[in-house]
Design a protein around this ligand. Structure first.
Ligand SMILES: NC(=O)c1ccc[n+]([C@@H]2O[C@H](COP(=O)([O-])OP(=O)(O)OC[C@H]3O[C@@H](n4cnc5c(N)ncnc54)[C@H](O)[C@@H]3O)[C@@H](O)[C@H]2O)c1
Length: 349
């Protein structure tokens, strides 16, 4: 039996982590901590665990075996490293952390402690993405030539448990980056996962185009990012992410190969479509993309716990996330601002 502690009891903890732990026979929700003490207390009363007064108090308690870090981005590294040092297995939400050195420190600490560090890259666990990877590896569209991937929606201000225009996601001190790290990290990681290739160079434009805070000022982080990624085996592609899409959420990826085209989450009914060069097509009805309004099981908690039990390397390990973060930081560091600023190219090694 694993005794799980939840650090940060907001939306992602309440919609995914807590119910997915609660659904397992081999896990007991054993403790909660949030800087909003009433929030943690309420959950402790509901699920029967301890209500801790600091994350250090939870992490020094031998009654906790595994923890979920679901706090604002700037605190991920500090909490995850403390947890690993305290001998806990850690599931940390994305983005892994807010600087590359923090990400490296987390991966090093996981290695040193021998404990699991898993990052909430749920896109890798979607059935359609897993099937897409299998078909790409089987050569269904041949050698990859170019790709495009998008993740755009109306922004996190209605999503957060502390919803509103002054949400922490818009605060550079707490979030560090905007759409690029919130959404871009998912798609950067997805491209690495699907292609099995590394991003060797990145160009990007990050901009704050539309999103405003409660005072009517443009927010202090990007609400739009567009990147051009070059992969090790030669394919080139674009990633567009944004928080100012006020129509239907877009979470699509298209891969263009020598033998055909693979379209992922471009069609509401058929989540995966392959269009062959000879004009034929194959349509797969596998699942529907998770959206802010349409939540489904993430599978991240099952992956975390099953990996520990089965002693296997996770597909969403800290090491994998570190490589994806390298590409994100490379893009951010080389990026120009909006309004026509010049872009620079940055390598990620
Ligand atoms: N995997 C995904 O698709 C996904 C989706 C949404 C959010 N997230 C990530 O999950 C994390 C949490 O996001 P959310 O949507 O739940 O936000 P939220 O605003 O709904 O909740 C955050 C909670 O953390 C608490 N908190 C913040 N900093 C803290 C600290 N230092 N110590 C203790 N408690 C703290 C807040 O009081 C709040 O209860 C973020 O890093 C976010 O990027 C991931």
């Amino acid at each position: 039996m694993y005794r799980a502690g939840i650090i940060g009891c907001g939306k992602i903890a309440q919609l995914r982590h807590i119910p997915e732990y609660a659904a397992r026979q081999d896990v007991r929700l054993a403790g909660f901590y949030d800087k909003n003490t009433a929030r943690a207390k309420e959950l402790a009363e509901k699920y029967g665990g301890e209500n801790y007064h600091s994350y250090e108090e939870m992490l020094s308690d031998p009654k906790i075996d595994v923890v979920s870090v679901c706090t604002a981005n700037h605190s991920h590294a500090e909490i995850a490293v403390t947890a690993l040092r305290a001998g806990k297995h850690v599931l940390c939400e994305k983005p892994m952390a807010v600087t590359l050195s923090e990400c490296e420190r987390m991966a090093e600490e996981a290695e040193k402690s021998g404990k699991y560090l898993v990052i909430g890259h749920n896109q890798r666990l979607l059935r359609t993405h897993q099937e897409a990877k299998r078909l790409l590896e089987a050569g269904e569209i041949g050698k990859l030539i170019f790709f495009q991937t998008s993740f755009t929606h109306a922004g996190p201000e209605t999503w957060s448990i502390d919803a509103g225009k002054n949400v922490w996601f818009f605060d550079k001190n707490k979030a560090a980056f905007g759409a690029m790290a919130d959404l871009g990290i998912h798609k950067t990681d997805l491209i690495r996962y699907l292609t099995g290739d590394e991003i060797v160079s990145a160009q990007a434009v990050l901009a704050t185009l539309d999103k405003k805070d409660g005072e009517g000022n443009l927010i202090s982080v990007d609400d739009y990012a567009s990147c051009v990624y070059r992969l090790g085996r030669g394919a080139v592609g674009t990633m567009t992410v944004g928080w100012s899409n006020y129509g239907q959420e877009d979470n699509s990826t298209i891969l263009y190969g020598e033998k055909g085209v693979m379209k992922i989450y471009c069609d509401r009914q058929y989540s995966l479509i392959i269009e062959k060069r000879d004009g034929s097509s194959i349509r797969y009805e596998l699942d529907q993309i998770q959206t802010n309004d349409g939540q489904s099981k993430s599978g991240v908690i099952d992956e975390f716990i099953d990996c520990i039990t089965e002693k296997r390397v996770s597909v969403i390990s800290g090491e994998e996330a570190l490589q994806s973060m390298r590409a994100v930081f490379s893009a951010i560091n080389g990026a120009g601002g909006g309004n026509g600023a010049a872009e620079r190219e940055g390598g990620n090694r």
